[in-house]
Ligand binder design. Structure first.
Ligand code: ITT
Length: 204
């Protein structure tokens, strides 16, 4: 029997990236989104760190699986953008920086306003994964990607702050890259690589 792995996110952009990263991976694993297993709760991400929030999301879905007698591993992703000139903001508030959860247009507009006239545009994307195994064991994996915030939106791929982010040493924004190109550089891509190389999903 295949082992179920549930991706604990309601963010369609993240779902696409996980699907791409895990396609053709271990044939013994069956990946489903939280929606596909019937989890529709809006989890209150009230932690102060990416790690706390990743755990809050992973635990909520793990508890749900348990309550339905479904055996599976859960992966949650808490991620965001840290801008040096803004003291690390938007950070854990990245999804709701401009006040409305998941409104990327308003978030990007606010980011450009806050950085107007600022010369230090350096930033980094952070991705914290929390894995809760069927036996309750918890693993954490982190990935990051340094880069710069540009002055105008460019590109239509990806999600969130992608049209404003150029990874270090690159010229295209993440929103101008294919999923594969972004994945090879991104915070989430790095975290998933570590997850794979440590064979964390193969445990238990
Ligand atoms: P879930 O909690 O359901 O996973 P979410 O979008 O609320 O979805 P987060 O709380 O982790 O997820 O917030 C992450 C935000 O950070 C996301 O909404 C984007 O604004 C930004 N972000 C994270 N990774 C990104 C990426 O790869 N490209 C662009 N923006 C990203």
């Amino acid at each position: 029997m295949k082992k179920l792995v549930v991706i604990a996110t309601g963010n369609a952009g993240k779902v696409r990236e996980f699907a791409q990263a895990f396609q053709n991976s271990d044939p013994d694993l069956e990946f489903k989104t939280q929606k596909e297993v019937g989890f529709t709760e809006d989890v209150d991400e009230n932690g102060n760190t990416f790690k706390e929030n990743a755990w809050i999301k992973a635990r909520a879905v793990a508890d749900f699986l348990k309550s339905r007698n479904i055996v599976g591993t859960v992966i949650a992703d808490d991620s965001g953008l840290e801008v040096n000139a803004l003291g690390g903001a938007p950070g854990v508030h990245s999804a709701r920086y401009a006040g409305e959860h998941g409104n990327s247009r308003l978030n990007n507009e606010k980011l450009l306003r806050e950085l107007s006239g600022v010369s230090d545009r350096s930033a980094r994307f952070v991705c914290q994964l929390c894995i809760v195994h069927a036996n309750g064991k918890v693993d954490y994996v982190e990935g990051e990607c340094p880069g710069d915030i540009i002055e105008d939106l460019r590109g239509s791929e990806g999600f969130g702050y992608d049209p404003l982010f150029v990874a270090k040493g690159k010229t295209l924004t993440f929103a101008e890259m294919s999923l594969e190109e972004k994945q090879a550089l991104s915070h989430r891509g790095h975290a998933i690589e570590i997850l794979k190389s440590r064979k964390i999903l193969a445990e238990f």
